[in-house]
Design a protein around this ligand. Structure first.
Ligand SMILES: Nc1ncnc2c1ncn2[C@@H]1O[C@H](COP(=O)(O)OP(=O)(O)OP(=O)(O)O)[C@@H](O)[C@H]1O
Ligand SMILES: O=C(O)[C@H](O)CO
Length: 521
């Protein structure tokens, strides 16, 4: 899909982004929708490769020592770079800008078409210099491992294996890294790996399950890359696209010791009903895995650092919302589950929070409060701050901004055009129309931080409680569009497409951002 999506992206209407600009200056006189867009853009802006790398890396004044967190590394013509993932091109460009003269050599594996797309979008800061020492491989069309990605993985492996104890290897990792770094353990073939990945996804394997299997079948995943680079020192700079930021799961943890064994893999394959259909080669590799005389790769020479995540993106949006005069509270950075249940939860949250915010009016009923908690329990969100949020809303003397992030799932039933953010927004729009919200202005926004929502050129959309009735007046029936998973077509037609979010390709990827704004009238 990479190529298709990226082709769309170069057609995205260009609009200026406020990334990094002080929000407070713009606060006065802004509509709720402008503020919501601004907050979304501030979350994305904080996760731009340049600012992220600048926060993570610092050079001492004479340029000989690199500081990462509390560790210091000597630089003496010994710096190498590898990377793989959807956001790695911009990350590599940022490293080149910061440390270019120390860089001896580099190899990165990035999605097909990304260099041309960034160039067309005029994002020079995401591109390497013309005579860069970093070699770029493009591959993994449709987010599946392919021959091009295999060539990239072999070049990365080769670079890592040639390093010595005096060398420092920077590893740039972001979402999509698993497909961009395929190095199947023989006799498993690339085609078998592709097939197994597709089957596991089709059987509903979670990313944790999928990557457990990928690690068992790969030379570089599950700590394999770190082992190849030994005895060099390794620093991995990781942009998380997985809820909870588990370094062993993101891009299948190539610099993190694998803690899973063969039994874990067999349990997953059993659950997905794939054990019987396994190719002989996969059975062979699995049967040998626990008996590797070298044991699991050890990663004592590695520093793994999360430099960007949904949590960090939400923290920036929260800060900017406070500058806009909101009482801003983070609800969760782990929103998962079926998009219908997530939408019901946000609808009820708007109802209950709205009632807390305007106590003089009729409050939410005991049943509604109970329903909200029931919906929250159903979603099983590991970090949900529901009580804290409701308390903060009850105490708020100002408008309220509730922030959340994660990655809900859409069970596709129709053949329409959409993405999980647009579908979530549309569903929340329908939910908001179901409840009396009192004298409160309400807006919900959902946006993908990578700037592309499913196979569309939009990043997401925003909705208000009046959406359903306004749509009906335009002859658009929300229920029908939802039944066909046709949220993008809906938003293109509704109010001339003004509820769609367009950022273009952002060059980052930390899942989705949800904003619920409530402003007493
Ligand atoms: N018509 C549609 N309506 C709603 N959701 C859709 C539709 N078509 C595809 N999707 C969803 O879009 C998602 C794929 O899009 P996208 O590439 O943005 O996500 P992704 O592969 O998870 O990548 P990333 O994590 O980088 O955003 C899938 O989760 C799929 O269910
Ligand atoms: O590459 C991967 O494995 C997924 O994007 C999760 O990081």
């Amino acid at each position: 899909m990479a190529c298709r999506v990226l082709t769309c992206l170069v057609r995205v209407p260009s609009r200026s982004l406020f990334w990094g600009a002080p929000v407070a200056r713009m606060a006065s006189g802004m509509a709720l929708s402008e503020q919501a867009r601004l907050l979304f853009e501030s979350a994305v802006g904080a996760m731009q490769p340049g600012p992220m790398l600048q926060r993570a890396l610092s050079l001492d004044p004479d340029g000989r020592q690199l500081k990462v967190r509390d560790r210091t590394f000597q630089l003496q013509q010994n710096l190498y770079l590898v990377g793989f993932g959807k956001a790695v091109l911009g990350m590599a460009a940022a490293v080149e800008k910061l440390l270019g003269h120390h860089l001896v050599q580099g190899v990165i594996s990035v999605p097909k078409g990304i260099c041309a797309a960034m160039e067309h979008a005029g994002k020079q800061e995401m591109l390497l210099k013309p005579h860069s020492r970093v070699k770029v491989f493009e591959g993994a069309e449709d987010n599946l491992p392919d021959r091009d990605a295999l060539r990239a993985a072999l070049a990365i492996q080769h670079l890592a294996e040639g390093l010595t104890a005096d060398d420092l290897l920077l590893v740039l990792i972001s979402g999509g890294g698993s497909a961009l770094l395929p190095a199947p353990i023989p006799p498993v073939t690339l085609e078998e790996k592709q097939m197994l990945t597709k089957l596991l996804e089709a059987r509903g394997a979670t990313i944790q399950e999928l990557n457990t299997i990928r690690k068992a079948l790969s030379q570089l995943k599950g700590g394999g890359l770190a082992q190849a680079a030994y005895p060099a020192q390794v620093v991995s700079l990781i942009l998380s696209d997985v809820v909870g930021d588990p370094v062993d799961v993101i891009a299948s943890g190539p610099t993190v010791a694998n803690t899973h064994n063969v039994q874990d893999c067999l349990n997953i394959l059993n659950r997905c009903g794939l054990r019987a259909a396994l190719p002989r080669s996969v059975k062979t590799v699995l049967s040998q895995a626990d008996s590797d005389p070298r044991g699991p790769p050890s990663c004592g020479h590695v520093l793994n650092v999360i430099i960007g995540s949904n949590t960090l993106a939400l923290a920036e949006a929260q800060k900017q919302a406070q500058l806009l005069g909101y009482r801003a509270v983070v609800l969760s950075a782990a929103i998962q589950g079926d998009v219908k249940s997530v939408a019901q939860f946000y609808g009820m949250l708007a109802r209950v929070a709205g009632a807390h915010l305007t106590p003089a009016t009729v409050g939410a009923s005991v049943e509604e409060n109970a329903k909200l908690h029931e919906l929250a329990v159903k979603l099983q969100l590991s970090d949900l701050q529901l009580e804290e949020v409701l308390e903060a809303v009850a105490e708020a003397q100002s408008p309220v901004c509730l922030l959340a992030g994660g990655e809900p799932t859409v069970q596709l039933q129709g053949s329409g055009k959409g993405g999980r953010n647009q579908e979530l927004a549309l569903r929340v729009g329908a939910e908001l129309a179901r409840w009396p919200l009192g004298p409160v202005e309400v807006l919900f926004l959902s946006g993908g931080t990578d700037g592309q929502d499913g196979p569309t050129s939009a990043a997401g959309a925003w909705v208000i409680p009046e959406l359903t009735s306004q749509a009906a007046a335009e002859g658009l029936d929300v229920t029908t569009f939802l039944a066909h998973n046709d949220s993008h077509t809906f938003f293109c037609r509704f109010h001339g497409g003004t509820h769609l979010l367009y950022t273009g390709l952002t060059g980052t990827n930390v899942m989705d951002t949800h904003l619920l704004l409530l402003r007493p009238q």
